[in-house]
Design a protein around this ligand. Structure first.
Ligand SMILES: Nc1ncnc2c1ncn2[C@@H]1O[C@H](COP(=O)(O)OP(=O)(O)OP(=O)(O)O)[C@@H](O)[C@H]1O
Ligand SMILES: [Mg+2]
Length: 356
């Protein structure tokens, strides 16, 4: 019976946290663990004040509820967590008494999730349209470009003047430059090659690659969840996508006067909706830096091709990353404020068939 109850509580979309009369957590269902980004054994036995910031859900108020045996409800409160994250949520606190002990159950229902999903799918459709437009344009440029280059080469052979050859060289060089840009605009041209592998292998490769680049003296920290199973991914594509994000962090940090920090983190998320499809298990990869944050004026169009905040940027890194993650049926999310930027990649975890 107890097992059945736990199963039921774990299948709820609402986060349920039960605390005792000392305001210590004695139970957290799966949704609560997912909201707090911590596992059962990191929560149970610890004071709730360690995880939820006092000014968003006051401990005095919880204490008063215990004393008076009267619960309370609050809607649309900004619930702040001690690790700096915040969500908009409806919170209901109920008192209970069992076997002479008292406690509170806290129900947290994130209300911005639904809003975010519809906003997300609208943004995604717009980004896709922008990428298609740019890709179409790139394709149109690519064809005549090959002709121009070829013609300049032929012309060069006919010319017997060193001075005039300089001009044909300019045409060839500039065509090559444009051709490189066009190739980047067109994005990956081979279909993904999905293979079962551990995503941490890919993340470690990125860490090594970036740290070997001695131009930047930035240490990359890691915090991996070893329980993430093997996943069916295209390793090169995932590497490129994460690398584009890490490179952005490295570039922005190398311009700061304070020590830069980058953290690559992996976690498992449960019951997550990605582009309208609900997945029971999803891997989350975070790239976090302590840089100045994403410039406000490009926040809304960040993933569009050719949007850049840099004087020498092409603005393709994130748009390419998005295309690569789309191939994996995943999504990218970003949160940024001064001193903290985090990119979050979500990739559905498929079940490995027992025969393979
Ligand atoms: N971690 C970050 N911190 C602050 N700003 C960022 C971060 N990541 C991205 N940005 C901003 O987003 C913009 C777009 O990034 P994106 O990678 O798409 O293009 P880019 O870096 O400008 O050029 P490219 O990657 O093509 O060389 C960047 O120019 C930068 O202003
Ligand atoms: Mg970039």
């Amino acid at each position: 019976m107890i097992e059945k109850l736990e199963y039921l509580l774990d299948s709820l979309a609402t986060a349920v946290i039960v605390i005792d009369d000392k305001l210590r957590i004695c139970y957290a269902n799966l949704s609560a663990q997912s909201v707090l980004e911590l596992s059962d054994n990191q929560l149970v036995g610890f004071p709730v004040s360690q995880f939820i910031s006092h000014d968003s859900l006051s401990l005095d108020r919880l204490g008063a509820a215990l004393k008076s045996h009267e619960g309370f409800s609050d809607s649309e409160i900004l619930l702040a967590f001690c690790d700096g994250r915040h969500i908009l949520a409806d919170v209901t606190v109920t008192c209970f008494e069992r076997n002479n002990s008292e406690g509170l159950s806290i129900e947290v229902k994130a209300i911005d999730q639904q809003k975010r999903i519809s906003q997300e799918s609208q943004q995604w459709a717009q980004q896709q349209a922008a990428r298609e437009l740019v890709r179409g344009l790139a394709h149109e440029i690519k064809n005549p470009l090959g002709g121009i280059r070829g013609a300049a080469q032929l012309l060069e052979k006919q010319l017997h003047s060193f001075e005039l050859e300089e001009f044909t060289q300019v045409i060839i060089e500039q065509s090559d430059r444009l051709s490189n840009l066009v190739d980047r605009l067109l994005g990956p041209n081979s279909p993904p090659n999905f293979q079962w592998c551990n995503i941490h292998q890919v993340l470690e490769k990125i860490r090594t690659l970036v740290q070997l680049d001695s131009a930047y003296n930035i240490e990359i920290q890691r915090d991996y969840d070893p329980s993430i199973p093997d996943m069916k991914i295209d390793q090169d594509m995932l590497q490129q996508a994460v690398l584009n994000m890490v490179r952005n962090s490295v570039q922005v940090l190398s311009e700061q006067t304070y020590p830069g920090e980058i953290l690559i983190k992996s976690r498992i998320k449960r019951q997550l909706t990605i582009h309208g499809v609900k997945h029971p298990l999803v891997a989350q990869i975070k790239v976090i830096d302590n840089g100045p944050g994403i410039p406000e004026e490009i926040k809304d169009t960040l993933f569009y091709p050719m949007v850049t905040g840099k004087s020498n940027g092409t603005g393709l890194g994130l748009s390419i990353a998005q295309t690569l993650i789309d191939h994996h049926r995943g999504k990218i999310d970003v949160e940024s404020w001064p001193g903290h930027t985090e990119f979050k990649i979500y990739l559905p975890i498929d079940k490995k068939e027992s025969t393979s």
